[in-house]
Design a protein around this ligand. Structure first.
Ligand SMILES: C[S@@+](CC[C@H](N)C(=O)[O-])C[C@H]1O[C@@H](n2cnc3c(N)ncnc32)[C@H](O)[C@@H]1O
Length: 215
């Protein structure tokens, strides 16, 4: 049963944002820069999801975070908020242009010592990264989500987390005839759900966040 089914969802979403702590000035500038200059601006996590990632990081206090899909660095900067002393966010992306923009905002935020960008195809790079990671954020090409999960799970610390974005794919995971991304994301969700090495919860936040804890 839902307590809010008869209420205006978008008004409640606005209310939730209003009752959520502000992002930093650099994050706001980065988000506004993205909104003003990038056609694919929906790729950026956005204010509310960013605050959730930052809050999870503050709860976990990770030493090492691995992100797959940097884009302009917004989520990497959010995930760095809760880092333990001496910790590091590693983030992989194969796009040199957006990596350069991400690096400039990371430097502006004074996080050059806490976030390391690695350029390349995550499928080829992940076998060579060494964990253990306390948080992994999967947010790159959707057909590879299951591959990324299988490549990284052994490198997640016991009790550590994998968070995967866009797992509802604008609701299209429910379609009878799924497009390629919806089909791959549905398979990913089913694979996680049947994996007895983990405990998981799918949060219907924004486009869907699958939160997975390694047992
Ligand atoms: C949705 S965006 C990431 C958004 C970012 N995590 C955020 O929340 O602000 C996805 C990124 O994945 C990158 N990407 C896609 N396929 C990739 C691959 N095979 N290897 C590395 N990066 C990839 C794209 O270049 C893009 O920047």
């Amino acid at each position: 049963m839902s307590f809010i089914a008869d209420k205006d969802y978008s008004a409640l979403a606005d209310y939730a944002e209003q009752m959520t702590s502000d992002e930093s000035g650099v994050l706001k500038e980065l988000r506004e820069h993205c909104e003003a200059h990038y056609e694919d601006k929906a790729m950026l996590s956005g204010f509310y999801q960013g605050r959730i990632l930052a809050m999870i990081s503050r709860m976990v206090r990770p030493m090492y975070v691995q992100e797959i899909g940097t884009y302009l660095g917004y989520s990497a900067i959010c995930l760095a908020e809760g880092l333990a002393s001496g910790g590091m966010v590693y983030s992989i992306d194969n796009n040199a242009e957006t990596n350069a923009v991400a690096q400039s905002f990371i430097d502006k935020a004074g996080l050059g010592e806490k976030i390391t960008l690695r350029q390349g195809n995550a499928i080829f790079m992940l076998p060579h990264v060494s964990g253990p990671f306390d948080i992994v954020f999967i947010d790159a090409d959707k057909p590879n989500y299951s591959n990324y999960y299988n490549l990284i799970l052994d490198k997640v610390s016991p009790g550590g987390f994998i968070i995967a974005d866009n797992v509802l794919w604008s609701g299209r995971v429910l379609d009878e005839e799924k497009d390629e991304n919806a089909g791959c994301l549905h398979e990913f969700n089913q694979m996680v759900q049947s994996d007895d090495r983990v405990t998981n919860v799918l949060l219907p936040v924004r486009d869907g966040l699958m939160v997975v804890c390694k047992n």
